[in-house]
Design a protein. Structure first.
Lengths: 112, 114
């Protein structure tokens, strides 16, 4: 199975601070169809996961544009440009290029 | 608006079967793919499998001998059955629209305990 390694596991930030989360894959996530099936999700406390980013860098519907995704191959980054209180929770990357789909271990974003 | 809602028992005894239902409104399950994902205590997430618009299925090999995903198109529902459960299957179970992962249920917590 593809292993996704997320760093850091815990991220402390102040409101307004810009932060980044890394997701590194044990294999290239570039599919033979030319797409890279890398997603980012946020799970707020007590809620189900919300899709933030799909196909590396595409913003999900209704997701604020302070979120952005980048990367290629095996190295991916989620950036939050100006953390807001509602952004607190656990962030996950997930790949769907290779079977079975796999998730990163999660990054908990908390207030400093 | 697309909505998914999981239902099923919150407590299952070891060695028994876990059975959950995902009821979908606002979208026909005869379109797209529909799947199950679980989150273990702590942060670990695991993709379990999906059922397609045609009824074909795909499962995580780690579960392949124990898992079955089926559907009832007349009720717009799909189902998860996980056999021979152990305490390691204690988790919150989510159904979601596969492929897009844009719609998720609220999750149902299942505890495996005698």
């Amino acid at each position: 199975d593809v292993v996704l390694t997320q760093t850091p596991s815990i991220l402390s930030a102040t409101i307004g601070q810009s932060v980044s989360i890394s997701c590194r894959s044990s294999q290239s996530l570039l599919d033979s169809d030319g797409n890279t099936y890398l997603y980012w999700f946020l799970q707020r406390p007590g809620q189900s996961p919300q899709r933030l980013i799909y196909l590396v860098s595409n913003l999900g519907s209704g997701v604020p544009n302070r979120f952005s995704g980048s990367g290629s191959g095996t190295d991916f980054t989620l950036k939050i440009s100006g953390v807001e209180a509602e952004d607190l929770g656990v962030y996950y990357c997930m790949q769907a290029t290779h079977a079975p789909r796999t998730f990163g271990g999660g990054t908990k974003l908390e207030l400093k | 608006e697309v909505q998914l809602q999981e239902s099923g028992p919150g407590l299952v005894k070891p060695s028994q079967s876990l059975s959950l239902t995902c009821s979908v409104t606002g979208y026909s399950i005869t379109s797209n793919y529909w799947g199950w994902i679980r989150k273990f205590p702590g942060n670990k997430m695991e993709w379990m499998g999906y059922i397609s618009y045609s009824g074909s299925t795909s499962y995580n090999p780690s579960l392949k001998s124990r898992i079955s995903i089926t559907r009832d198109t007349s009720k717009n529902q799909f189902f998860l059955q996980l056999n021979s459960v152990t305490t390691e299957d204690t988790a919150t179970y989510y159904c979601a629209r596969e492929g897009y992962f844009d719609y998720w249920g609220q999750g149902v917590m299942v505890t495996v305990s005698s």
